[in-house]
Design a protein around this ligand. Structure first.
Ligand code: ADP
Ligand code: MG
Length: 275
């Protein structure tokens, strides 16, 4: 059996829909019958409540207490397990900071067993430049950078691109494949959104500017109800995107953007990687 593909959603800026995107895309893969794991690397621990569960210290147990992955995961849905996190994340960071040798491969090594057990592993990262963030970028195969179309969000994007450059200089580390910038909370009627989307395209190229996730209150409601969009309203705009947005490749249903489109695109990246 082939090893799991690891996907990280990262942007050093908070509130850009990293956690939301992780939950929607991961649950889509689980729904399609893949065996999926989400590891919450953010001490805010929003993955568990986002799926209707209590926060707990799964990551702390896995790393500081050296428990087996099978003993720390919580089943969130059919085919979807999670490693939770909470404020003990600072102790996890301290533990990793104190490792003297080969710290940069630490998370990659922790993922060794889960890679054999799962089909796809998602890493939700913290909005900071902490050690877990850096190790996530080293351990992941594919990176998606969610960004809402505000000036400071784009600042975060530049920071990640610089970090990727730094990573490529570390010996024996293959930098992740950058799937692209994922414009989130996209409001087609707002001038700032459109202007910034153009700036992203100019800076990263159209290939690396992914179809946008529309701003949709249904997506906001998901987190507070602890439901995925596929459970709450799979036909809303946040899930199935726009009917007509010129210049962007449409999905199989003839629509553009939304979590269905981006999930399908990530699926094809994984499939291409297997060949
Ligand atoms: P991050 O993990 O990057 O800090 P979150 O995923 O927690 O960001 O999202 C921040 C807030 O934005 C949450 O309240 C979430 O419900 C809301 N949100 C995310 N995506 C959308 C969207 N497409 N439309 C409306 N609200 C959204
Ligand atoms: Mg988050």
């Amino acid at each position: 059996m082939s090893e799991a593909h690891v996907i990280a959603f990262a942007n050093q800026k908070g509130g850009v829909a990293k956690t939301t995107s992780t939950i929607q895309v991961a649950s889509w893969f689980a729904m399609k019958g893949r065996h999926v794991l989400i590891i919450d690397l953010d001490g805010q621990g929003h993955i568990a409540p986002g799926l209707g569960l209590e926060k707990s210290d799964g990551l702390y147990q896995l790393i500081n207490e050296k428990k087996n992955i099978s003993d720390v995961v919580i089943s969130a849905r059919k085919n979807l397990d999670i490693v939770t996190n909470n404020d003990k994340s600072t102790l996890v960071q301290k533990f990793i900071q104190e490792i003297e040798f080969d710290k940069q491969y630490f998370l990659d090594e922790i993922l060794q067993t889960p890679r054999e057990v799962y089909d796809v592993i998602f890493l939700d990262t913290a909005p900071s430049k902490d050690v877990l963030h850096m190790l996530a970028l080293i351990a992941t195969n594919t990176l998606v950078i969610p960004a809402n179309m505000e000036f400071f969000a784009l600042d975060g994007v530049e920071y990640i691109v610089r970090t990727l450059n730094d990573i490529s200089k570390i010996r024996n580390v293959i930098p992740p494949y950058l799937a692209g910038i994922l414009p989130t909370m996209f409001d087609i009627n707002t001038r700032l959104t459109i202007e910034n989307a153009k700036n992203v395209e100019a800076a990263f190229g159209t290939e690396q500017t992914l179809p946008p996730i529309p701003h949709d209150v249904k997506i906001r409601e998901c987190i507070s109800y602890g439901k995925t969009i596929w459970e709450l309203d799979p036909t809303c705009r946040g899930a199935i995107g726009y009917e007509n947005l010129p210049g962007i490749r449409k999905n199989s249903a003839g629509r553009v953007g939304g979590y269905l489109h981006i999930s399908e695109m990530i699926d094809s990246i994984i499939e291409a990687g297997r060949k």
